[in-house]
Write a protein that binds this ligand. Structure first.
Ligand SMILES: Nc1ncnc2c1ncn2[C@@H]1O[C@H](COP(=O)(O)OP(=O)(O)OP(=O)(O)O)[C@@H](O)[C@H]1O
Ligand SMILES: [Mg+2]
Length: 466
């Protein structure tokens, strides 16, 4: 008789986390699904972003990641993936964050392109509205004394938007983007793939405000509606120029039949002049929700959940099976690591929805079971009648040009006649957020957030102009 034996894999321990399968691998970090246990022994699924070894040697870079993770960790919004901690264990640095069980928009778009199927307008509008809400929450976040934190995402792009299988939309990598972008810059001179979603002011190395993220939201909306990004080119210089000029083919030309209201919203986000763009992400969100109410009044997030689950049915099966294959190490290390988001006079680490055990001893004895884990949301919760329960879970700069040696330079880009005085005016402050419950002490560092972020090696710039 043949018996099917589930393969067994041993989870690698990293501090209080046990790494399961690797979700992604990039130039900066590897992302894992990971398991941790609270004091009651209840398992929780989290995402662990482990910094690659060669970058861990760079103290300045690590400090920048710590600072950014601190900022990101104070954000509480249902459409923002939470950052739990930045820590070091076994000589490795990592960020533990909310695991979003779903697929990022880049993967969704790739699948749509392969199948030559569009993302229906209602999903694009809903995703855009959720991202708009997440952005507004961050843009208007204040510290415990009510001072604006002036957080700008800077990297609103399809890979940082994740749609969960339950239909939630979560924006990831708040704050972390800045450290990442500047590091990639110093390493290679160019941020590959990210220029496409930048705002014109970001591509020009100007000081950014929150409206830069509104433009990037427009680029994501455009790509969801047409399946191609608004700005494409065969080399970096041309791409920068296209982004700077903000000229793109009309949505309706590429995708006839898109409701004109939705196209108008996308165009307003993608306006070159900041003064003529939506002035806040909340305004864009409001228009997207108004469109959705008219276009599909009964729309709810379960529609998006069904759409994503149908598209990735096979992967979901595989991901679930994979979880079952892992067993915890039978000799867990007592090195639970060290949180680098230490309490200091300016910062108090935020509470997380669960408290990982202070020690990992005895986890091996616990069953490999996520039942009752609120973070484990592969499938939406349903009521006794099979209806999706729409619960609200509790989760919630200018641009710097660096040359090859890491010096800040402002590119001498060809001047643009279209530049208006209005675009140089200071932005209106985003509306103040409602009073918050106990908030951490101020952590905002003006220099950190006012520092520009970009992109291109000055020598390349000169070569490009010849
Ligand atoms: N918190 C998370 N939960 C689930 N999956 C995640 C999470 N964070 C990242 N991922 C997955 O890992 C992929 C890679 O993420 P990563 O942030 O390393 O790179 P990126 O998003 O492509 O680039 P960057 O964030 O630097 O702009 C994401 O596209 C997403 O699919
Ligand atoms: Mg990311």
């Amino acid at each position: 008789m043949i018996r099917w034996v589930t393969p067994v894999r041993r989870a690698q321990q990293l501090g209080r986390y046990h790494l399961l399968d690797r979700i992604a691998f990039g130039g900066m970090a590897e992302i894992y699904r990971a398991k941790t246990f609270d004091a009651n022994g209840t398992p929780h699924l989290v995402a662990v972003k482990r910094v690659l070894a060669h970058l861990a040697e760079d103290d300045d870079f690590i400090q920048m990641l710590v600072d950014e993770a601190k900022i990101a960790s104070v954000l509480r919004h249902q459409s923002i993936a939470r950052v739990y901690e930045f820590a070091r264990a076994h000589g490795e640095y990592f960020i533990a964050m909310e695991h979003v069980d779903g697929k990022d928009m880049r993967t969704v778009l790739e699948r749509c392109r392969a199948k030559k199927k569009p993302i229906p307008p209602e999903h694009a509008a809903y995703i855009g509205a959720e991202v708009g809400a997440a952005l507004h929450a961050a843009h208007s976040a204040v510290d415990s004394r009510g001072r604006p934190l002036r957080i700008i995402h800077r990297d609103v792009s399809p890979s940082n938007i994740i749609c969960s299988y339950a239909g939630e939309v979560k924006l990831c990598d708040f704050g972390i983007a800045k450290a990442t972008l500047s590091r990639v810059t110093t390493k290679t001179g160019v941020i590959k793939g990210k220029v496409k979603y930048m705002s014109p002011e970001q591509a020009l190395g100007r000081k950014l405000d929150h409206r830069s993220d509104v433009f990037s939201l427009g680029s994501c909306l455009y790509e969801m509606l047409t399946r191609i990004p608004p700005f494409t080119a065969t080399n970096e210089m041309d791409l920068l120029i296209k982004v700077r000029d903000a000229k793109y083919r009309p949505v309706s030309e590429l995708q006839p039949g898109i409701p004109p209201e939705l196209e108008a919203i996308t165009d307003k986000c993608l306006t070159r002049s900041r003064a003529n763009r939506y002035q806040t992400a909340a305004e864009a969100e409001g228009d997207l929700r108004a469109f959705l109410r008219k276009f599909m009044p009964n729309y709810s997030r379960s529609h998006l959940g069904r759409f994503i689950r149908k598209m990735f049915a096979q992967e979901i099966e595989r991901e679930l099976r994979m979880l079952e294959e892992f067993v915890m190490t039978d000799s867990p290390s007592d090195d639970v690591g060290e949180s680098l988001m230490v309490r200091d006079e300016d910062f108090e680490p935020p509470e997380v929805p669960f408290q990982p055990k202070p020690t990992s001893v005895s986890v091996a004895a616990l069953p490999n079971d996520f039942s009752g884990d609120s973070n484990f949301t592969t499938m939406p919760k349903v009521d006794d009648h099979g209806r999706t329960i729409e619960d609200d879970d509790i989760h919630v700069q200018p641009t710097m040009i660096l040359d090859g040696r890491g010096r800040h330079v402002i590119p001498d880009m060809p001047s643009s006649k279209q530049r208006t005085n209005a675009s140089r005016r200071m932005p209106p402050p985003p509306p103040a957020a409602p009073p918050r419950k106990p908030t951490p002490k101020p952590i905002y560092d003006e220099d950190l957030h006012a520092a520009p972020t970009m992109i291109i090696d000055i020598n390349r710039m000169r070569r490009g102009r010849r």
